[in-house]
Design a protein around this ligand. Structure first.
Ligand code: ADP
Ligand code: ADP
Length: 227
């Protein structure tokens, strides 16, 4: 649980592309923030800078009260879930979910407890011994969420996590992710280009265009839509 503050953040890639320009945003502790905008507007770059996977060219990033520009990704207490799940194909579901904890030298019984609890929350307890290739798309996405949850992160970053799912499953997972946010009480930053996800899931929506923030508002004000 932590606030995230972005102050005058810029990202200029080495080739010269300015992907993010003067990005300013105060994300509150426990808030569910949505980043929307057309492809190429800088959403993923912003998320990757928060995760520490991409260097910030200029500006300041705070996680809670800590200036995070120089903190390594593994020390940031941030978990990220990707569109393509990024599961390890040769590992079981259990081991996929346990991997990050093993790297951090978490005791075995603690790993088992956390993985089993996350599996219960996500309704995948019966799948722990399977390999990813024996799972449906929706199940894989749950495992990816589970792998993030077990770390009990302060901030949860999700990069278009539902875009590989069919419409019916997307609708179901929208509800589940919203529930998960309430249950975990963690700050969520969620990238999408899906207007329904933006309208129904977030506390506030950040609309980006060409690397700039165009607008920040509640779904109600932004879309004039009875949510
Ligand atoms: P979005 O997530 O909104 O689709 P991105 O953050 O992926 O946008 O990309 C923003 C801009 O930065 C685009 O113009 C893209 O081509 C460029 N870009 C993204 N990643 C890189 C990279 N590794 N090197 C150079 N340019 C990049
Ligand atoms: P190691 O982690 O050294 O491989 P463990 O004794 O911790 O050995 O576990 C052996 C394997 O059993 C793990 O790699 C994991 O795949 C599996 N495993 C452990 N606990 C569970 C569980 N609750 N459900 C399913 N598989 C489990």
């Amino acid at each position: 649980m932590a606030s995230v503050t972005l102050k005058n953040i810029y990202k200029i890639y080495s080739g010269g592309v300015t992907a993010v320009t003067d990005f300013n945003l105060d994300i509150e502790d426990k808030e569910f923030i949505i980043l929307v905008g057309p492809s190429g507007c800088g959403k993923s770059t912003t998320l990757r800078m928060i995760a520490g996977l991409e260097e910030i060219s200029k500006g300041e990033l705070y996680i809670g009260d800590t200036l995070s520009n120089d903190i390594a990704p593994k020390d940031r207490d941030i978990a990220m879930v990707f569109q393509n799940y990024a599961l390890y194909p040769h590992m079981t579901v259990f081991d996929n979910m346990a991997f990050g904890l093993k790297l951090r030298k978490t005791p075995k019984d603690e790993i088992k407890r956390r993985v089993e609890e996350a599996a219960r929350i996500l309704d995948i307890s019966h799948l722990l011994d399977r390999k990813p290739k024996a799972l449906s798309g929706g199940q894989r996405q749950r495992v990816a969420l589970g792998r993030a949850i077990v770390r009990d992160p302060k901030v949860f970053l999700l990069d278009e996590p539902l875009s590989n799912l069919d419409a019916k499953l997307r609708a179901q997972m929208r509800t589940e992710i919203a529930k998960l946010h309430k249950r975990l009480g963690t700050t969520f930053i969620y990238v999408t280009h899906d207007q329904t996800e933006a309208m129904t899931m977030g506390d506030r929506i950040v609309v980006m265009k060409d690397g700039f923030i165009q607008q920040v508002d509640s779904p109600q004000n932004l879309y004039d839509y009875p949510v």
